[in-house]
Design a protein. Sequence first.
Length: 535
Amino acid sequence: MKVLMIEDEPKVRRALKRLLLEIEPGIASFQEAETGLEGLELIEKERPDVLLLDMIMPEMNGDELLQLLRKRKIEIPVIVVSGHHDFAFVKQALASEAVDYILKPFDRDDVQAAWNKAMERLDKAQMQQQTEQLWQEMTREKSQQQRSAAISQLYAGRKLTIEEAALLPAFVQNRPCTVHVLVIRNYEHVLTNRFHNDQALLAYAIHKTIAEQAELSEHSMKLLSGSSSRYEWCYWLLTPAQPASGSHSGLQRLIDTLRQVLKLECFILSTAAEDHLAAGFANSIATLEDAIFKLDLSAGFANTELRLQLQQEQHPPAAAELQELISAFGIKAEHLVKHRLSFRIEHEVEELCLAAAKSHHLSVTLLYQAWSVLQARLLAHQASAIRTIEAFAVRIAFDESKGRMLLCETLQQLIAEEAAGAVAVSGNRALAVKDYIELCYAEDMSLADLADRFFISKEYLATQFKRQFGMTVLQYIQSTRLAKARSMLEDKSLALSVSAIAAAVGYDHFSYFDKLFKRTYGMTPSQYRLAAANN
């Protein structure tokens, strides 16, 4: 509690100060001024909570000071100090909303009553200020929530209302934009070592850094960003359609800032040269998110950390080419393990990576499939916790060298297990086949293909798979594909034809897919989509 008394008579100041400190011992600061001008300087500097003001003073009287305070919108509870002969001034002070007045000589009860009124006025003002602050915070939070909801709608591919569109930057509203995804390579390391596994805090820091970078006056960059709902280490960005150099420089500064401020190592994938309107943003983002795992890692990230892959989507590696590389590596790996040729491990892994890099196939997808083939040989109780390609990508941090190292370590472990007689030849391969079907359901596969891939006879695989999962391999392939197709048909944001969905889940012949779907679910895919849309 800070109190200021403006009074030109020292005896009056001493008496009133002593009396007030007895009434309110909690006063932490009690300052005094002899003139109105001196008091005005202290008011502007210290902002006292209560003002005791004499009405008749040299240089500036009390009424003039009150008028100045009102003009400058400085609101302080004021107790007027007055003598009987200047009561006209008191009326003017009360008209200027002074809370009360006390007459000289002072009566303790009068001072106590005036002080109580000042405290009531102060409490009311503080309550009003808090209410206004809460209202502003609520309005700001509501606006942010509405904007976040509009951004989520945009990401999901849903059509925005006029009100929702108005919450977004002007450059996004029905104007061509370039779509990007920002990928954090060392997300797991930074999350663990710098943010104590607090994902929400790291996400807040990333959003804040992106927003601040976009608002820098020196490098003003129009940018809209949002989180990927698929991967916590991925963010999508929209920038106005413009010459590549302008967009690239701003994105490069963003990557540099994220590295300097948060120690995040990032790269960016962007759509091809054609620009997109709001209706196509969601599909473009999804395409880029899918392309992350097909990105050619052989070029590395040492130079600029900015990877604008414009041809990557146009020339994706064929599944047959990938499988050929993986199958060849699997055969060689089996030979290494069988004969315990540890000295050949690095050479064979390097051969795989060189062959993949030569055809621009050295991607997370290839490394994960190669690792999965090796992992299928390990005993179930020793199997890695890495069960998805996303977890694998985070583990190797989109780094070719770390991927090689993981393959070498896994082969070394297999050889050690083989030497100790601890490898069960077919211990969990049926489960590995099941996981592979769930991951690669869209590929052309058969019982014989899967048996060859996992180094077991097709008769053994058929028997073990039926025993463990209650259905044949072919039945599981069909059920997995049809379940995925059903999910895609239920997705109202997915703008794919039924025939395109059939191809996406692995069926080249639409009529065959249509027949299987109807036999399984009792209606055709088109009928199912219509029924799902009406629910």
